[in-house]
Design a protein around this ligand. Structure first.
Ligand SMILES: *Cc1c(COP(=O)(O)O)cnc(C)c1O
Length: 409
């Protein structure tokens, strides 16, 4: 094997290995080695304010003592036993999740895509006797990278090269109730929606739309499924994004922020659909893994006892207001939208270069849907960190503007 790596920096060494041995489906930039709270460090010991938080995963920031302690302690007892046996962490976590949301039962899995797959299978099982097999999803949506997930996703770019996909997904227009009415038929089993579309560029569902979907589902006796994978668990200033609308879905999918960095996903049902899955109808080896469940329990307990929903709401509103002021200064900013700490700054042009400039200046964000800068800081972020991020954002915009005004970008 390679032994002549001595003259390389640590980062070069890692990048060399990565590029040679990992499938090239990602395009990573920095080489990160540690984190604490809202900060991460690269292998050269340069630090960054992390305003993307593992894409809404590190809800408590990095190396939060509650998560570290929970994982450490549990790892010395049982790390894994399979679903052949009862374990306390999964039982307790399911109770917490059910009581915090829909009051039904929980299925644990390991990722967002798997949580959505569970939603699809739940809806199909529930509709099977009436021949209801189809699921309506929306333009611009994102539901994961499995074959079911990309079939459900309303963006062509994720499907290229993978056809034929599942034809049970029908795509309506987001925020356009009439387009949903047109698609509903005797074969429709469910409607699946993100209250705030994340990957699609931070598009917020209107109250009329969400209330309308609930009413349509009641009228046709079909399931309203809500993908809370990115917008759930405190991110938008409420525990779940559907709470902003005063409606209750029939089932939700959770993942990302649930484990605060430890992989775990979940489906939560209401009482009506709590017993659809029977022994043998669905499963996954790692689901309900004790380490994952104690990490998620620590996240939920901390969101509650540190009042992190309130923090997300307060600092989200503050960010939105300050970004609104910057919009006046920079005509390139078309709109600032989102809720809580799930915000998008919409530009009149592609903004990948701005993301790179901010990164060089010590702020991690993510350009999405070409011309949107997405901000998803940890829920534990404080005001001085938000101010620091705003200052880097402003300086970076000025630098970016100079570039394109001089025609160098
Ligand atoms: C990230 C995401 C998924 C997929 O989750 P994975 O853990 O990557 O499989 C699904 N839906 C939404 C809304 C997401 O943001």
């Amino acid at each position: 094997m390679e032994t002549t790596l001595t003259n390389r920096t640590k980062a070069e060494e890692i990048i060399h290995l990565w590029d040679n041995y990992l499938t090239p489906n990602y395009a990573p930039s920095l080489c990160l080695s540690k984190g604490k709270g809202c900060k991460v460090w690269d292998t050269n010991n340069k630090f960054y304010l992390d305003f993307i938080a593992g894409i809404a995963v590190n809800s408590l920031g990095h190396a939060h003592p509650a998560i570290c302690h929970a994982i450490n302690k549990q790892s010395r007892k049982l790390m894994h036993v399979s679903n052949l046996y009862y374990t306390e962490p999964a039982a307790k976590l399911a109770k917490t999740l059910s009581e915090a949301s829909l009051g039904g039962k929980v299925f644990f899995c390991n990722s967002g895509a798997e949580a959505n797959e569970a939603l699809f299978k739940l809806a199909k099982l529930a509709g099977t006797d009436q021949g209801r097999t189809d699921i309506i999803t929306f333009s611009n949506s994102f539901h994961g990278r499995t074959l079911g997930g990309i079939s459900a996703t309303g963006q062509e770019k994720v499907k290229v090269g993978f056809e034929p996909l599942m034809d049970c997904f029908k795509h309506a227009r987001f925020n356009q109730l009439d387009s949903v009415k047109e698609l509903i038929s005797g074969k429709t089993a469910a409607i699946l929606v993100e209250p705030i579309q994340g990957e699609g560029g931070i598009h917020v569902a209107t109250p009329e739309f969400m209330l309308g979907l609930r009413a349509l589902c009641d009228e046709h006796k079909i399931l309203l499924l809500v993908d809370e994978i990115q917008c759930g668990l405190g991110r938008t200033g409420k525990m779940f994004a559907y709470e902003h609308y005063g409606i209750l879905p029939d089932a939700i999918a959770l993942a990302k922020g649930l484990g605060g960095g430890f992989p775990i996903g979940a489906l939560v049902t209401n009482e009506k659909y709590a017993d659809c899955f029977q022994p043998g109808s669905h499963g996954t080896t790692f689901g309900g893994n004790p380490l994952a469940c104690v990490a998620a329990q620590a996240v939920l307990d901390t969101i509650d006892n540190q009042k992190l929903c309130q923090n997300a709401e307060k600092l989200g509103n503050y960010l939105l207001e300050k970004l609104g002021h910057l919009k006046v200064k920079f005509p390139e900013i078309k709109e600032v939208r989102g809720k809580g700490l799930m915000l998008g700054i919409v530009f009149d042009r592609p903004c990948k270069d701005l993301e790179r400039i901010m990164q060089r200046r010590g702020l991690l964000t993510l350009a999405t849907a070409e011309n949107v800068i997405r901000l998803l800081p940890p829920l534990v972020v404080n005001k001085s960190q938000v101010n620091k991020a705003l200052s880097i954002f402003k300086k970076s915009c000025l630098e970016w503007k100079t570039y394109f005004e001089e025609g160098t970008v």
